[in-house]
Design a protein around this ligand. Structure first.
Ligand SMILES: O=C(O)CCC(=O)C(=O)O
Length: 334
């Protein structure tokens, strides 16, 4: 794995809100990342389907009711009902954020979103090979130098496998979904297969991070260009496609608009996304992918510095936390 980025790459990232770093992984690291992510996704999917059969796993509220509710209320109607329920019951009972089954979007494989990609979250904490690749000081140092921060934590990690003929990934922003808001939040998108214009490589709206708002975003749904209605000026900017070879990565700011096309091929386009949080970031009230037990302990404004949930990957003063060691990790939220 590369242990540094060049001043030109930092400049590109800061100016445009994204940067591609070619050959970030060695061929051996790529093989490890791909094989272990593949196996971990299969394990989680098997657990979901077995658990649903035995009744041990319950579909999330969204997986059970979204389709019938949508037919009656539409996407906007559902959002209004949720907002009202949150106002009346509070955000602890009606949290904002990811509502999957066993930290995956495959609770209802027929839904549109389930066919954008197979999304499986928090694998690094249960798979030692992924853990070694991701709880990694070198990675933290690279991420921190791009983001321009003095310390960086893992926010979460997830497999995003766009299936053969998978739906496009609608334009969206990442950081507004998350349980903290920061202008230095960042995602690293690791290509586990060659990502091409045909199979749904990433695309960015250059400089959008400079005018994005934490309060204006859309869920990834059927409305591919809905985000551009919220930010009409961005429609005038030429998007940048980022085809990359397997083992190369693209970093983007958590406020950079991005999306991916349909997978026009008969093979999956496997990718892995690692989300980074600047050290010192504070809780904003959203649940997103936080484990239930942890979420219940938090008040708005609390510093998200639990090393078991958000390991400190790198800090300028050399204090990367002991949570980088696999024996200190606990599985979360599964
Ligand atoms: O893989 C994709 O299609 C989209 C990925 C994405 O939105 C992300 O990594 O933030």
């Amino acid at each position: 794995m590369l242990d540094h980025v060049t001043p030109e790459q930092i400049e590109h990232y800061q100016t445009y809100g994204f940067v591609v770093v070619d050959d970030f992984l060695t061929p051996d690291e790529l093989r490890q990342w791909r094989d272990s992510a593949d196996a971990a996704v299969k394990r989680r999917l098997a657990k979901i389907s077995e658990g649903l059969k035995t009744g041990e796993v319950k579909k999330s509220f969204a997986d059970r009711f979204k389709k019938p509710a949508k037919a009656v209320l539409g996407d906007k109607g559902i959002q209004n009902v949720r907002n009202l329920a949150r106002k009346v019951l509070g955000s602890k009972l009606v949290p904002e954020g990811f509502g999957g089954t066993l930290n995956s979007n495959q609770g209802n494989p027929e839904s549109y979103y389930a066919q954008v990609y197979t999304q499986v979250i928090h694998l690094a904490k249960e798979d030692p090979t992924l853990g070694n690749l991701i709880f990694n000081e070198r990675l933290g140092k690279v991420a921190a130098s791009l983001a321009g921060v003095k310390g960086i934590r893992l926010y979460h990690d997830q497999a995003l496998f766009k299936q053969a003929y998978g739906n496009p990934t609608a334009w969206h922003l990442d950081n507004p979904y998350w349980a903290f808001h920061s202008h230095q939040a960042m995602t690293m998108w690791v290509a586990l297969d060659d990502a091409t214009l045909s199979n749904g490589c990433m695309n960015y709206i250059p400089t959008s991070h400079k005018s994005a708002s934490h309060t204006k975003n859309l869920n990834i749904g059927e409305n591919f260009a809905g985000l551009l209605k919220l930010y009409p000026d961005w429609a005038k900017i030429d998007p940048a496609a980022a085809p990359v070879k397997a083992g190369s990565v693209a970093f983007h700011n958590g406020l950079t608009a991005h999306g991916a096309g349909v997978n026009m091929t008969n093979k999956p386009r496997r990718a892995y996304a690692v989300a980074f949080m600047p050290d010192g970031s504070t809780f904003n009230g959203r649940k997103d992918v936080l484990p239930d037990d942890y979420f219940k302990t938090l008040k708005v404004g609390d510093v998200l510095n639990n090393d078991k949930i958000h390991p400190l990957l790198w800090r300028e003063d050399g204090a990367s936390s002991a949570s980088n060691r696999s024996e200190d990790r606990v599985p979360v939220g599964v």
